[in-house]
Design a protein around this ligand. Structure first.
Ligand SMILES: [Zn+2]
Length: 85
């Protein structure tokens, strides 16, 4: 699952399982096992769906104005958004 580390400069994370994860440069997120992801969140990371940030690869995009969002209704113009794959 994908998780974000606190701070833009974090490029690598050593997880409790012993695995080392590198940040995906396109998304800025770490794709790690569920247990490691939860450990990172406890240590100050966060799940991207809660961060308020948007990404081209995660969440929804407004069909009318192209605004990226994590909810199905555009926060800018109120139009319905389509899930991005
Ligand atoms: Zn919109």
């Amino acid at each position: 699952m994908k998780v974000a580390a606190q701070g833009e400069m974090v490029a690598e994370v050593d997880a409790p399982s012993g695995a080392r994860y590198r940040r995906d440069e396109k998304t800025g997120l770490f794709d790690m096992s569920e247990s490691d992801a939860h450990a990172l969140v406890k240590g100050g990371g966060f799940f991207p769906s809660m961060s308020g940030a948007t990404s081209r690869r995660i969440g929804y995009r407004c069909t009318a104005c192209g605004f990226g969002t994590y909810i199905k209704t555009c926060g800018r113009c109120g139009s319905p958004c389509e899930k991005e794959s």
